[in-house]
Design a protein around this ligand. Structure first.
Ligand code: HEC
Ligand code: HEC
Length: 370
């Protein structure tokens, strides 16, 4: 519901601007015309703040912006009463956090809005007298290891065993995948997709015929840097930063999960339920980055969900990936169905063919051309 399509006017960049971008991330000022508050942040983080607004208020992009912006990125610069209110709200939230929470981002748009355009002032008796809605993504794993025991390590070891064991996993060093993809950006039609991946953490995903232009949408992580190439973004090649970059690395890592224990330095565990099924939650974190939650089926030991967050100037934006339909590929169990849900889109990926250990040309992981 939130993602809008564009036949759009793409930003034109000079050769020198392109050269400069290789060094530094693409910033709001390099691309947008009328940003007054959310200045000085990378473009991918800015787009995540827009997803945050849409999710926090349950508004489509074009409901805050003008209807004409549906077909033109330039029109997003035009002001509307809701945009102006949103700017005042950003200033209000900054002031509240500064005055009352020592500058910590304790209050966000979602704190009051809770998915509605106008926050409610009156307590709901229906909510007070209903069973609480439990969101497994909101569990706060608090069990840390006690002496001689490492609960996160046990769950992760069981997972590695369940998908084939460390030796089998180590024998798969590349994957060439074919499948189908559908989402708002394909008008829910299934289109063809491919994934090329090289252990430990390089991956390129290509989705064909996306959006009104039916162009390819490409996401690349080269082991260090990442990009999204899409006709549905305000810039043709959007470099990934912060949580988006960490997320691309983790997604690539999870295609070769043997090293998963090395991906994070701090671990906690907890329990939750997804659709009435108990799950074990393992939360991994690295200093200075938002945590990642991994949900495991306690019986099969398999990974069923991943929740990660991209921090933005406005608040953390969650991404959830649900994994199912595990199938055997050369003795390694791989999930053939992924449902990816975040504030911009919900996409369904079904793998149809997974070929292990085929040679993959390094150019697959190169920085995409403009
Ligand atoms: C709650 C209202 C609201 C929603 C919903 C919203 N935006 Fe915005 N948008 C704003 C505001 C406010 C600004 C200006 C920010 C500033 O001045 O710092 C802005 C600026 C922008 C800009 C920069 C335009 C320019 O050149 O100056 C783009 C692009 C944009 N939004 C895209 C989107 C997209 C895409 C979505 C849907 C995912 C979206 N917005 C949803 C309020 C909103
Ligand atoms: C402290 C609570 C609070 C927070 C935090 C908050 N808002 Fe609001 N917001 C309100 C209230 C209350 C209203 C409704 C005012 C009214 O009824 O006219 C409102 C109204 C709005 C409206 C206008 C809706 C309309 O239909 O006129 C927009 C847009 C908006 N908020 C955006 C935001 C954004 C974006 C953020 C985060 C940067 C945010 N708000 C954070 C309380 C809050």
């Amino acid at each position: 519901m939130f993602l809008m399509m564009f036949v759009g006017v793409l930003a034109v960049e000079s050769a020198s601007a392109q050269a400069a971008q290789q060094q530094k991330p693409l910033m709001v000022e390099d691309v947008f015309k009328n940003v007054q508050i959310l200045k000085g942040i990378p473009v991918d983080e800015f787009m995540d703040t827009m997803g945050f607004f849409a999710a926090a208020l349950s508004l489509n992009c074009t409901e805050c912006h003008t209807p004409e912006s549906e077909n033109s990125w330039a029109k997003y610069a035009d002001d509307t009463p809701l945009k102006q209110t949103a700017r005042r709200m950003m200033q209000m939230v900054t002031a509240i956090n500064k005055q009352h929470f020592a500058g910590a981002r304790a209050v966000t748009c979602y704190t009051c809005h809770h998915g509605t355009q106008r926050p409610k002032a009156v307590p709901s008796l229906v909510i007070q007298y209903s069973a609480p809605l439990e969101d497994p993504n909101e569990v706060d794993p608090n069990e840390v290891g006690v002496t001689g025991q490492d609960p996160a390590g046990l769950i992760l070891d069981k997972y590695i065993q369940a998908i084939g064991g460390a030796a089998r996993l180590a024998s798969v060093t590349s994957l060439a995948v074919k499948g189908t993809y559908s989402g708002y950006d394909t008008y829910h039609q299934k289109v063809a997709m491919e994934i090329y991946a090289q252990a430990p953490d390089r991956a390129a995903t290509i989705v064909h015929e996306v959006g009104p232009t039916k162009a390819d949408s490409v996401k690349v992580y080269d082991g260090r840097a990442g990009w999204i190439v899409s006709g549905n973004k305000p810039v043709p090649v959007m470099p990934l930063t912060g949580g988006n970059l960490a997320g691309a690395k983790l997604d690539a890592n999870l295609l070769f999960p043997a090293q998963i224990k090395q991906a994070f330095t701090q671990w906690r565990t907890g329990t939750a339920a997804i659709d009435d099924h108990d799950v074990q939650v393992v939360q991994g974190a690295n200093a200075g980055q938002p945590p990642v939650k991994l949900y495991f089926d306690p019986n099969s030991g398999l990974l069923v969900r991943l929740v990660r967050y991209s921090d933005t100037a406005i608040g953390p934006v969650p991404t959830q990936i649900d994994y199912s339909d595990y199938r055997d590929v050369s003795g390694v169990k791989i999930p053939f169905r992924w449902t990816v849900t975040w504030t911009d889109n919900q996409t369904f990926i079904q793998l149809t063919e997974v070929r292990p250990n085929v040679p993959i040309d390094a150019s697959r992981f190169a920085r995409p051309a403009q």
